[in-house]
Design a protein. Structure first.
Length: 413
């Protein structure tokens, strides 16, 4: 636990260890200073030290959830004022509560923000949240956008939660989302900058070999393609089942995956036809590597490329897929996919999502996967940490998901 201090006036950059000309995402050491300075607070409480990730901060559910009749944005209003006419029911999260599918809930978060004018923020679901098809987005007072928090914002943070495939149980203090702090003048890398970085610090790899520069697909970011070839059994992912029992999002390694998921088998032509409005978990064909000096985010799929939505969970912290010893290059990305309106065919290596990159102000003290309990480093499976290995008994902690494929045979470039 770390004690909080209160900001007095406008906070100078050097108070967080940020230089006058530094532009980028704040690293874990800056985030801890921001907590001490009161940039991120928790009312009268404390923010646990283990909430700090290499380039992001976990956000925690407050003590109440409001079931609301529709989603909304406050625009020029406050969130609390806007939601009063929309509340259908109020749930006590201190004892835990069940959130039903396809119903929106608004939950005030424990954390508050007091951003200086040179610092902005953005939010994204944690990876385990997205893999359960729990749709979340952050709302702040006076905003017309989800998940984007303007520089200089002072106020509370609210989370909209909509379970889509599974009924879930949540409780006060559970972290479903993450927050990233970055200087107001931070800009994503351009395509030429991405290519230049890849030439020196590989960003994509295939079978542990960096992807040749000429095969890199860029367009306002770095594109990733699907693995629809899989292993010997042709299994390439999972599709959610209907009418399942509730999932407690606070349990780890607890649930039998076969009760909630069915396997997705690729057709002989290395393709899959997605059922409309069904949720799929698939893997990228190439492995992603985020160098220590950069942070990445999976951006929304371009709707002009098909009736498809991919990847609800977006942050990739520095060190994802990075091994300082050089024993492996990259970790494959889990892709959360849903087709809308009509059946939609996807094919092997089809480009379905895009990574954007931003510089860090400085490298974080601890990288993703370096002894901080990272769940998805070197993953060969798409299921969230809530599910047990086949044959394992339910438990509250420990255990990684079982491999998705029978082997690690992947397609050639």
């Amino acid at each position: 636990m770390r004690p909080m201090a209160r900001i007095a006036g406008e906070l100078p950059r050097d108070a967080l260890g940020v230089g006058p000309d530094d532009a980028g995402v704040l690293a874990s050491q800056h985030l801890r200073r921001a907590i001490d300075a009161g940039v991120v607070g928790a009312g009268t409480g404390e923010i646990p030290d283990d909430s700090v990730q290499p380039a992001s901060l976990d956000l925690h559910l407050g003590e109440v959830a409001y079931r609301i009749r529709c989603s909304f944005l406050p625009d020029a209003s406050d969130v609390e004022a806007k939601r009063k006419d929309l509340v259908i029911d109020e749930l006590d999260l201190s004892r835990g509560a069940v959130l039903e599918t396809k119903r929106p809930y608004l939950i005030p978060l424990v954390e508050t923000l007091h951003l200086p004018d040179w610092l902005r923020a953005k939010a994204n679901p944690k990876s385990s949240t997205g893999r359960l098809d729990v749709f979340t987005r952050v709302i702040t007072d006076g905003s017309f956008r989800f998940d984007a928090i303007d520089a200089g914002y002072r106020g509370g943070i609210f989370l909209e939660v909509v379970p889509l495939s599974f009924t879930v149980r949540v409780r006060q203090g559970l972290a479903l989302n993450q927050l990233r702090l970055l200087t107001a003048d931070t800009h994503p890398l351009t395509d030429p900058e991405i290519r230049e970085l890849h030439a020196h610090e590989p960003l994509l790899a295939h079978r542990n070999v960096p992807v040749p520069l000429e095969k890199l697909a860029t367009g306002d970011g770095l594109f990733l393609g699907l693995d629809l070839r899989g292993g010997r059994d042709r299994r390439v992912g999972y599709r959610s089942k209907d009418h399942t029992t509730v999932i407690d999002m606070g349990l780890v390694g607890h649930y039998d995956a076969t009760r909630y998921w069915e396997p997705v088998i690729a057709e002989p032509e290395d393709r899959v036809v997605l059922d409309p409005e069904r949720f799929y978990l698939l893997l990228s064909d190439d492995a992603v590597r985020i160098p220590p000096g950069y942070a990445a985010e999976m951006t929304a799929y371009d709707p002009t490329s098909g009736e498809l939505r991919t990847h609800y969970a977006g942050f990739f912290d520095p060190g994802f897929g990075h091994d300082p010893r050089g024993e492996f290059v990259g970790s494959r990305a889990a892709l959360e996919v849903r087709a809308h309106d009509v059946p939609f065919m996807i094919e092997h290596r089809q480009r379905v999502c895009r990574l954007t990159f931003e510089p860090m102000v400085e490298e974080p003290e601890v990288l993703y996967g370096s002894g901080i309990g990272s769940s998805y480093q070197r993953q060969t499976d798409t299921l969230s940490k809530h599910f047990a290995r086949p044959g394992a008994r339910g438990r509250r902690s420990g255990g990684e998901p079982a491999p998705l494929f029978d082997d690690e045979v992947q397609s050639e470039l």
